[in-house]
Design a protein. Structure first.
Ligand code: NAD
Ligand code: UGA
Length: 435
């Protein structure tokens, strides 16, 4: 099938490359000329394991191409995916739909022949209706169906999540569009991916419900981790012990510094605004948001306490800056709140991340960045392990300890066994176990 993808960001690029890999003919479009130039020059502008190779292979065989010129690609496409950003609006936390509506207007002007317009971006209930209205207003004669097809991939594991999804959700009331979507996903369905066909508004709500539930699951285990610290229980074993219950499941029970990223924070807020609009209260989601915000701020207190009550004039080395490993994405990373609070307390910050430093520089001021974790720790009074990159979970602890001025190791991901850190002479503060 001929597919046009609008927005060559994390989701657009991964979706585009994966649909090409499945055999479709895909054009990825972005209005950012630098991004498209980079892709045309063979450089994938985001860090996502496996994406480089997949993009290169599909460009080579002519199934994947890039352009800033939306009109011809949309005109020729049977399926047009909208994969632009829907960030939280600063004013009220609602999803900013200006990019989605902008894309819809551009599609309306270009579309020719029967076209299925697919919203891959995460959008509030009713957005599909609004896109349809925009298209009908601009081009009353256009033969289009607007379909919701939310994306559930995780950054850092995006290719695997896309190619072997737990499910594909398609929301449309239009039977012809349903057949087109079944054909689009046929290669995955043939390999066993469940495809759930439902209504458009239901599909839009499924996406927010899934993200809110996962955010709540993480927040729940984080609260239990706090209790573990008080009652001298061990959070890793508690998580294992409950996760083995197949009704609960072991995944997303890793206690940490609070969830971050470009999606959970904004999507939980947007869901709350939708509920508010309809006079419904989602108290569990409200609490999830406020408990997680408070947790991110509380992580600095952990560091301050480990350093004896003050960080004034001390140096803290933060290892790992991105919101999770295997991505360069710094959006809503818990490291940002931690560093801000430590700087307010008078600490000097050293920082290292395997892939996120370029983005981190745009978010952080007065931070000394180091390409090497041991240099980052040199002279530091404390090291904080913030993101569980593989490389940061297998450090030479003797070397690290030797480089530091102090002995405090704050392991916010419980990446190292406590005994191992103690053996190397560290004072250890972790998550969910008594100090
Ligand atoms: P992103 O910011 O990485 O990429 C969006 C891209 O769209 C940018 O490159 C921007 O230049 C481009 N763009 C905006 N308007 C355009 C237009 N009119 N024409 C062409 N290009 C345009 O965003 P993302 O992280 O890929 O997220 C996209 C959507 O997918 C969001 O709604 C998000 O909630 C959802 N989502 C993201 C993830 C994730 O892991 N990042 C996972 C699932 C769903
Ligand atoms: C999340 C969802 O997992 C995806 O299904 C969804 O498609 C995506 O949001 C989205 O809508 O954009 P992502 O944010 O990329 O994916 O990454 P996650 O692996 O979910 O991690 C999010 C945050 O939760 C990270 O800060 C991570 O450290 C934290 N987390 C995750 C935990 O603290 N504990 C866990 O057990 C799992």
């Amino acid at each position: 099938m001929r597919v046009a993808v609008i927005g060559a960001g994390y989701v657009g690029l991964v979706s585009g490359a994966c649909f090409a890999e499945m055999g479709h003919e895909v054009v990825c479009l972005d209005k950012d000329p630098a991004r498209v130039a980079s892709l045309l020059g063979g450089r994938v502008p985001i860090y996502e394991p496996g994406l480089d190779e997949m993009v290169r292979a599909n460009v080579q065989v002519g199934r994947l191409s890039f352009s800033t010129d939306l009109a011809p690609a949309v005109r020729d496409a049977e399926v047009v995916l909208i994969a632009v950003g829907t960030p939280a609006r600063h004013s009220d936390g609602r999803a900013d739909l200006s990019y989605v509506y902008g894309a819809a207007r551009e599609i309306a002007e270009a579309v020719a022949g029967y076209t299925v317009i697919v919203t891959k971006s995460t959008v509030p209930v009713g957005t599909g209706d609004a896109i349809e209205r925009i298209i009908r207003r601009h081009r009353p004669e256009a033969r289009v169906a607007v379909v919701s097809n939310p994306e559930f991939l995780r950054e850092g594991a995006a290719i695997g999540d896309f190619m072997e999804p737990d499910r594909v959700v398609v929301g449309t009331e239009d039977s012809r569009a349903r057949a087109v979507m079944a054909e689009l996903y046929r290669p995955l369905a043939e390999r066993g991916a469940p495809v759930l066909m439902t209504g458009r508004r239901t599909s839009e709500l499924i996406k927010y419900t899934a993200n809110a539930f996962l955010a709540m699951k993480i927040t729940f285990i984080n609260e239990i981790a706090d209790l573990c610290e008080s009652v001298h229980a061990d959070i890793a074993d508690v998580a294992d012990g409950v996760g083995l219950d197949s009704r609960i499941g072991a995944r997303f029970l890793q206690a940490g510094p609070g969830y971050g990223g470009s999606c959970f924070p904004k999507d939980t807020l947007a869901l709350l605004r939708t509920a508010q609009d309809y006079g419904v209260s989602l108290r569990l989601v409200e609490d999830t948001v406020s408990v997680n915000d408070a947790r991110k701020r509380a992580m600095a207190r952990k560091v301050i306490e480990a350093l004896g009550g003050s960080v004034e004039g001390l140096t803290v080395a933060v290892l790992g800056l991105t919101f999770k490993p295997d991505t360069d994405d710094m959006r809503e990373a818990p490291s940002l709140s931690l560093i801000d609070a430590l700087q307010r307390g008078g600490a000097r910050i050293h920082a290292h991340d395997p892939a996120g430093m370029e983005q981190a520089r745009q978010h952080l001021e007065d931070v000394a960045f180091f390409a090497d974790p041991y240099r980052c720790a040199a002279g530091a009074d404390a090291v904080v392990l913030m993101t569980e990159w593989q490389a940061l979970c297998s450090l030479d602890l003797a070397l690290l300890r030797e480089a530091m001025a102090g002995v405090v190791f704050v392991d916010l991901r419980n990446a190292y066994p406590e005994e191992q850190l103690l053996r190397h002479g560290f004072f250890v503060s972790g998550i969910g176990s008594a100090p």
